[in-house]
Ligand binder design. Structure first.
Ligand code: AMP
Length: 482
C-alpha cells in the first residue's frame, strides 16, 4: 500500500502530515493526489469521512506554493465552497493544519454573522478562502470580493448544495471565475443536476469513486432496536451507561426534540444540543466541548450535524429515524472516520416503520435487530417531559430565530509560520462490548422488489413525511440557511 512519502508531496506538507500522525493515505487521497498535483481537474464521488478534505487541500497548497503568485486585494488564489458554516470552518482549519509549514494566508466566510471582519480579510487578498455561497455572493455583489485570479476552485459536497437550495448561488459564483483554472469537484451522490454542473465546469477530469458502500457503511456495525416512542429516553440513558462509548452523537428529527433529549438525559448524562436555533457561538462551543471530550454526548439535528468532523466518535444513535434515507448514511458516517470502525444504533417506534423500510431499501440490506435491555434506567419523574409541549411553545420551537451576530469566529486571517495546534489524529474505534447485552437477532435478507432502490425509498419517505406533517411533527427544514 502506498504511503504519503510516495505521493510526491513537497517536504513542508510531508512534515505537516507527520505532525498529524498520518502515514497511509486513504483511498480517495491515494487516487486523487497524484492527478491533482499534476494539474488535472478532479471529479470525486466521496463523502465526509473518506479523507476527501486532505485529498483536495494537500495538492491545492502544493500548487499555490509552486506558483508563488501574490493574491490581489479582494481576491483569493484558491476558493473552496462548502454548503454549511461548520464544514467551512473545519475545512479552513484543515488547510491551516496541512499548510502550517508554508506561508499562506487563509480565511473562512459564512453568513449569520457580521461581515466587517470578512471584508477586512478579503481586502488584503487571500491564498485560501473557504466560504459558504450565500454570504460570498453577497460580498461579491457589494464589490468586496472578486474571483478573477482564482487558480484552484474546489466545490465541496455539491449534492448538499443542491439539497439545501444553494446551487443557484454556486452557479453565480462560478460565472465569475476565470476560465483558466483547476477545478476539483466533490459530491457524495451524483443526481442529474450535479452531473450536468460537473460536466459544464470540469475539463477532462480524473474521476475518483469512493462510494459510501465501499467506505463507511461497510465498516459500521449497525443495529436496530424496536421500541415504543415513550421508552426511547430511558433506552438511550441505559445504552449511554456503557463505558465503551467514548463519544456519541444522538440524532433527533427536530430542534425541539434535541433540546428535549438533553433534558431527559440530565442529570445522569451530560449532553449538549447543536441545531439551527442555536447561535453560531453556542454551536461552536458545543462542538469544542465535544471535540475536547468535556462532554461525551452531542445531540444533533441533521442539518446542524452536516460536516461535523470530530475524530473518535465511537457511536451514533438515531433517536428518531431520518425522513430522508440518504441522511441515514450521512448520520452513521459520523463514526468510522478514515478507516476506523464504529457502531450505529437506531431506535424505531411503530410510527417509523415506513422510514425504516425506505432506509433499508436505500442501503440495500436489513439492519440487524437487537433487543432492548430488559431493565431501563428511568429518569427522576420531574425531569421527564412525557406530555406534548403546549401548542404555543411548539410553535415557537419551530420558528427560526435570527442567528446571533458575532465577529469572533469569522474572517480569521492566519499567516502560517509553523506551530498550528495539533489535533488528535488517531481514530480509535472503542468498539468493545455490545451496548445491548443480548445476542443480535439477524433479520433475513431483504426482498429485491425495487428496481430503483433510491427512488423508491425516496418516494416512501416523502409519503411518510406527509403523514408525519398531518400528525403535527416537523423536521428541521432544508430551507434553513446554515
Ligand atoms: P474528511 O473526509 O476529509 O472529513 O476526513 C475525515 C477525517 O479523517 C478527518 O478527521 C481527517 O483529519 C482524518 N484523516 C484524513 N486523512 C487521513 C489519513 N490519511 N490518515 C488518518 N486520518 C486521516
Amino acid at each position: 500500500m502506498k504511503q504519503f512519502k510516495d505521493l510526491d508531496l513537497i517536504p513542508p506538507l510531508q512534515r505537516a502530515l507527520d505532525d498529524e500522525g498520518y502515514t497511509t493515505p486513504t483511498p480517495v487521497q491515494q487516487m486523487a493526489i497524484p492527478h491533482v498535483v499534476a494539474g488535472r481537474d478532479l471529479l470525486g464521488c466521496a463523502q465526509t469521512g473518506t479523507g476527501k478534505t486532505a485529498a483536495f487541500a494537500l495538492p491545492t497548497l502544493q500548487r499555490l506554493d509552486a506558483s508563488k503568485k501574490v493574491a490581489a486585494p479582494k481576491s483569493c488564489r484558491a476558493l473552496v465552497l462548502t454548503p454549511t458554516r461548520e464544514l467551512a470552518i473545519q475545512v479552513e482549519e484543515r488547510f491551516r493544519a496541512y499548510g502550517r509549514f508554508l506561508t499562506m494566508r487563509s480565511a473562512v466566510i459564512f453568513g449569520g454573522v457580521g461581515q466587517n471582519p470578512q471584508v477586512a480579510a478579503l481586502a488584503r487578498g487571500l491564498d485560501v478562502l473557504v466560504a459558504t455561497p450565500g454570504r460570498l455572493l453577497d460580498l461579491m455583489n457589494q464589490g468586496h470580493a472578486r474571483f478573477d485570479s482564482v487558480e484552484v476552485f474546489v466545490l465541496d459536497e455539491a449534492d448538499r448544495m443542491l439539497d439545501m437550495g444553494f446551487i443557484h448561488d454556486v452557479r453565480k459564483v462560478i460565472e465569475r471565475l476565470p476560465k483558466k483554472r483547476q477545478t476539483l469537484f466533490f459530491s457524495a451522490t451524483m443526481p442529474p443536476p450535479i452531473v450536468e454542473l460537473s460536466s459544464r465546469i470540469l475539463t477532462n477530469p480524473f474521476r475518483v469513486d469512493v462510494s459510501p458502500e465501499q467506505t463507511t457503511v461497510e465498516r459500521i456495525e449497525q443495529q436496530l432496536i424496536h421500541t415504543a416512542k415513550a421508552e426511547k429516553p430511558a433506552l438511550l440513558r441505559t445504552l449511554l451507561q456503557d463505558a465503551a462509548i467514548e463519544r456519541a452523537i444522538v440524532f433527533t428529527r427536530t430542534k425541539h426534540g434535541a433540546n428535549k433529549v438533553v433534558k431527559q438525559l440530565a442529570p445522569a448524562i451530560e449532553a449538549l444540543a447543536i441545531h439551527g436555533n442555536k447561535s453560531q457561538n453556542a454551536r461552536q462551543a458545543a462542538l469544542e466541548s465535544f471535540r475536547t471530550g468535556r462532554v461525551r454526548v452531542l445531540i444533533a439535528t441533521d442539518i446542524a450535524a452536516r460536516g461535523i468532523d470530530v475524530d473518535g466518535i465511537s457511536h451514533v444513535f438515531n433517536f428518531d429515524l431520518p425522513d430522508v434515507p440518504e441522511s441515514y448514511v450521512h448520520r452513521i458516517g459520523r463514526t468510522a472516520r478514515a478507516g476506523a470502525s464504529g457502531r450505529a444504533i437506531s431506535f424505531c417506534d411503530v410510527e417509523e416503520r415506513a422510514e425504516l423500510s425506505a432506509i433499508e431499501r436505500f442501503i440495500g440490506r436489513r439492519i440487524p435487530v437487537v433487543k432492548a435491555p430488559a431493565t431501563l434506567v428511568q429518569a427522576p419523574a420531574q425531569l421527564v417531559e412525557s406530555r406534548p409541549a403546549p401548542a404555543a411553545s411548539r410553535a415557537s420551537a419551530r420558528r427560526p430565530r435570527p442567528a446571533t451576530a458575532s465577529n469572533d469566529q469569522v474572517g480569521q486571517v492566519v499567516w502560517h509560520s509553523g506551530g498550528a495546534p495539533k489535533r488528535p489524529s488517531n481514530i480509535t474505534s472503542g468498539m468493545t462490548g455490545a451496548p445491548a447485552r443480548t445476542a443480535p437477532h439477524v433479520v433475513p435478507a431483504p426482498g429485491t422488489g425495487a428496481n430503483n432502490p433510491s427512488a423508491a425509498a425516496g418516494g416512501e419517505a416523502r409519503r411518510s413525511r406527509r403523514r408525519r406533517r398531518r400528525r403535527g411533527g416537523r423536521s428541521e427544514g432544508a430551507s434553513e440557511r446554515p
